[in-house]
Write a protein that binds this ligand. Structure first.
Ligand code: KG4
Length: 337
């Protein structure tokens, strides 16, 4: 089954052709990073406009580079939630038009489910059940992936996502958007203990995260040092934040794996590109005898190939949308149709 998939939830306009949920025939990503960089973050209105301008060309390119024609497409999958509402609507409406014109099913895909599905592309042997740590710019959670469309949230952030924490700390330290990537490059692991940072936890809810307090603590520390005329050791501070965020995510995930009896662990979302997170998960899982699945870097960030992968399993589970499909800024990963 050939699925044409579309992703436009934030600042990447993407389209892909995916066969049977696992084989990527093409994956095109048009990023808007350069435009949002001058504002220090994503400007929703600009994102929507750029999606509108690019989507047609991106979809055409995905079809051409897959070496197929529109007639070969069996279904159209699209990210419908969660994300920037104006941005999502561009993809949803384009997908609706295509599915109507081609007379093929329209498959709604949850953005976070698709991040997890990035692992199905990279690891043909991976099948649920497994435990997943999902960390992106807008979300951080630990979920049991009981089936391809069956999720149980074990822990989630009560406030900011890990990516948001990285991005805002990076911005405070003078790095350009997207801060998480730059913070990762600058961080010096040898100096990670230079600054003492708090370990936020949520009382009575041991798998939940709270990254807002950590973000504020680092920003306050940086401002205090500046006010006292002291120089900030940027690589040390980046190293400290990176280590702390990784400590928290690693500890919660491994404890959840133990309690819920999982030996297959996956990590997904934009933050899964983080070099320390990848290395430490590899090291710890090897020690514990757990199988680890992390997407290759090209499928960590937003792309449409992962939408096509998850779309296939949504289709098999009967999740087909009508022409009245809407986009939603928020939607839990374990939503029921
Ligand atoms: O999953 P994603 O591409 O978009 C959302 O769906 O939110 O995640 C983007 C987030 C941003 O916060 C970005 O700074 C972060 O992922 N990120 C990283 C790294 N690469 C991307 N954070 C830490 N280290 C990285 N190497």
């Amino acid at each position: 089954m050939l699925i044409l998939s579309i992703e436009s939830s934030c600042d990447e306009t993407a389209a892909a052709i995916v066969k049977d949920g696992r084989e990527v025939l093409s994956s095109i990503v048009a990023t808007q990073i350069a435009e949002h960089k001058i504002y220090g973050g994503v400007v929703p209105e600009i994102a929507s406009r750029r999606h509108t301008e690019s989507i047609s060309a991106v979809v055409s390119e995905a079809i051409e580079s897959a070496g197929i024609t529109y007639k070969d497409i069996d279904a159209v999958a699209v990210t419908f939630a969660p994300g920037l509402i104006g941005a999502l609507l561009v993809g949803v409406n384009f997908a609706k038009g295509l599915s109507l014109r081609l007379g093929v099913p329209l498959i709604p895909v949850h953005h976070l489910r698709s991040h997890i599905a990035a692992n199905y592309i990279a690891y043909p042997e991976l099948e649920p059940p497994f435990l997943c740590l999902l960390a992106s710019g807008g979300n951080s959670l630990i979920a049991e992936v009981k089936g391809y469309t069956d999720f149980n949230i074990i822990g989630k952030t009560r406030d900011d996502a890990a990516g948001e924490c990285f991005d805002k700390v990076a911005r405070t330290l003078g790095m350009s958007y997207p801060g998480g990537v730059n913070l990762d490059k600058v961080a010096d692991p040898e100096k990670a203990d230079t600054y003492r940072l708090p370990t936020p936890s949520v009382e009575g809810s041991k798998y939940d995260f709270s990254f807002s307090g950590l973000k504020t603590a680092v920003i306050n520390l940086a401002h205090n040092l500046t006010q006292k005329g002291e120089e900030i050791d940027v690589p040390a501070m980046c190293g400290a934040v990176r280590k702390k965020v990784c400590d928290i995510m690693l500890t919660n995930t491994l404890e959840a794996a133990k309690e819920f009896g999982y030996k297959k662990i996956s990590v997904a979302g934009g933050v899964s590109a983080n070099s320390e997170l990848r290395a430490r998960f590899q090291e710890e899982c090897a020690k514990m005898g757990y199988e680890l699945f992390i997407p290759p870097l090209k499928y960590c960030g937003d792309n449409a190939a992962m939408v096509g992968a998850q779309g296939y399993y949504e289709y098999l589970s009967g999740n087909i949308a009508d022409a009245d499909l809407n986009a939603y800024a928020t939607m839990p990963i374990d939503y029921r149709k």
